[in-house]
Design a protein around this ligand. Structure first.
Ligand code: GLN
Length: 434
């Protein structure tokens, strides 16, 4: 059988292909010379499959799509507090190159506009790096997200640097507020090198998939940044990634995204897929016209909006029954699926609404696929309370969904791998026998 996704992407590209609206980025002479007809789209899944159609291996400069990734590197290299002290997380609702900062503090409003991204570049890498070492760190970091060694397009870089008056003005302003602490020209130079890194649509999809995969590159298996950093980055992409079109994008597409003036556009759908498109003509916001139109299609055709509420998961409690009688009686609650807060609440409620009368209680996790942190803590607290109520508590946990369970003060639990193991064993407290 042929795979379905590439055929779908080919059809989607054919649909948007006739759209000639928009302009090349004229303010960077080298970008104005790009081939406007290029068109490509790639989906990279979180388990490392890559599906594409069109110009998926043509290189172009990453431009502003570097911003979320370098933000991730800065957060990872320096920690959250020093970065947040310099750059906010409020959507500005302004153009990407707006000369604007927060009143009072002089902080750029967010890391997706140029003022924020120039500042973020200055705090990427360990403290005390030279500008060249910092650029190296940034390029190595972007390469880790892409899963291959990326290089700089020197021609585009020189071309942008020659006409970088606006970014230089922004940097000088930031220097005057003390947000930048070094030579503004060196920082802008580094930032523009960062923007001039060459990527393909395929690279961008893998980079986005690394965000969708909690910071682990699904092709190389490398943990590039940790999950807490990814959450921060995706949140900022969701609210600020599309500049002054962020609200329209959030409602119509609903995928954390970032655009670049060379025509790239990425979206990262947490836990599912990284998406990238390439088409150089831009709308008035500086976002790729056909890229936006492709993402609108993807979102509506496939229900990819992050706020799409999933149908209620299958019941968490699969069965609740009693084995045996008398002192050997055991209440067994069999649960299933991925258990997060709501599932754990449902399990706890089962014990509250129908308090076990049996001396022994087992929570059977055999059919559970995952348990997140809050659910694990709630279930262990339920174990503790059941112990305090006088029950012998068992966890049936053959796959170690809860490794080394510690129910805390007063709690006690016996881990077994099959309910039968407990049933065949004499009740732990014969003094309860009648
Ligand atoms: N290098 C470009 C700039 O700073 C990036 C802008 C963009 O892609 N939106 O102007």
């Amino acid at each position: 059988m042929r795979s379905i996704v590439p055929d779908y992407l080919t059809d989607a590209l054919a649909d948007v292909e006739p759209n000639m609206q928009g302009e090349l980025a004229g303010y960077i002479p080298e970008l104005a010379a790009a081939d406007p007809g290029r068109l490509g789209a790639v989906f990279a899944t979180v388990d490392g499959e890559v599906h594409g159609a069109g110009d998926v291996d043509v290189t172009f400069t990453i431009q502003s799509i570097s911003k979320p990734f370098v933000y991730a590197l800065a957060l990872s290299d320096r920690g959250f507090a020093p970065v947040l002290a310099k750059v906010g997380v409020e959507p500005s609702g302004e153009a990407f190159n707006e000369i604007s900062v927060e009143r009072g503090t002089g902080r750029p409003r967010n890391p997706m506009i140029n003022a924020g991204a120039i500042t973020v570049h200055s705090v990427a890498g360990a403290e005390g790096l030279t500008p060249t070492e910092r650029v190296d760190r940034v390029i190595r970091g972007l390469s880790a997200f892409a899963g291959r060694d990326l290089t700089v397009d020197e021609t585009v870089c020189a071309s942008e640097m020659e006409s970088a008056h606006r970014n230089l003005a922004i940097a000088h302003m930031l220097r005057s507020y003390g947000i930048l602490t070094e030579d503004p020209r060196a920082v802008v130079d580094g930032y523009i090198r960062q923007c001039s890194v060459l990527v393909t649509t395929r690279d961008l999809a893998v980079m986005a998939a690394t965000l969708a995969n909690r910071g682990v590159n699904p092709r190389t298996g490398q943990q590039v940044v940790d999950a807490a950093v990814v959450r921060q980055v995706l949140s900022v992409m969701a609210t600020c990634g599309m500049y002054d079109a962020a609200g329209d994008w959030a409602t119509q597409v609903g995928i954390p995204a970032k655009s670049g003036v060379a025509g790239g556009l990425i979206g990262a759908l947490p836990g599912q897929v990284g998406i990238a498109t390439f088409s150089p003509r831009l709308d008035a916001h500086g976002n790729s016209v056909r890229g936006v139109s492709l993402f609108e299609r993807f979102a509506s055709d496939m229900g990819l909006h992050v706020m799409e509420v999933p149908p209620a998961a299958r019941a968490t409690v699969r069965s609740d029954h009693v084995h045996g009688h008398g002192p050997a009686a055991m209440r067994v609650l069999e649960v299933q699926g991925g258990i997060r807060f709501a599932g754990a609440e449902r399990i706890v409620r089962e014990f509250v609404d129908a308090a076990p009368r049996e001396p022994r209680v087992a929570l059977d996790l055999t059919r559970v696929s995952s348990i997140d942190d809050v659910a694990r803590r709630m279930l262990l607290e339920a174990v503790r309370r059941l112990t305090l109520d006088g029950h012998d508590v068992y966890l049936v946990d053959p796959e170690s969904m809860i490794p080394d369970p510690d129910p805390g003060p007063g709690g006690r639990v016996t881990v077994i791998s099959q309910v039968e193991q407990a049933l065949s064993r004499p009740p732990a407290r014969p003094e309860n026998a009648s």
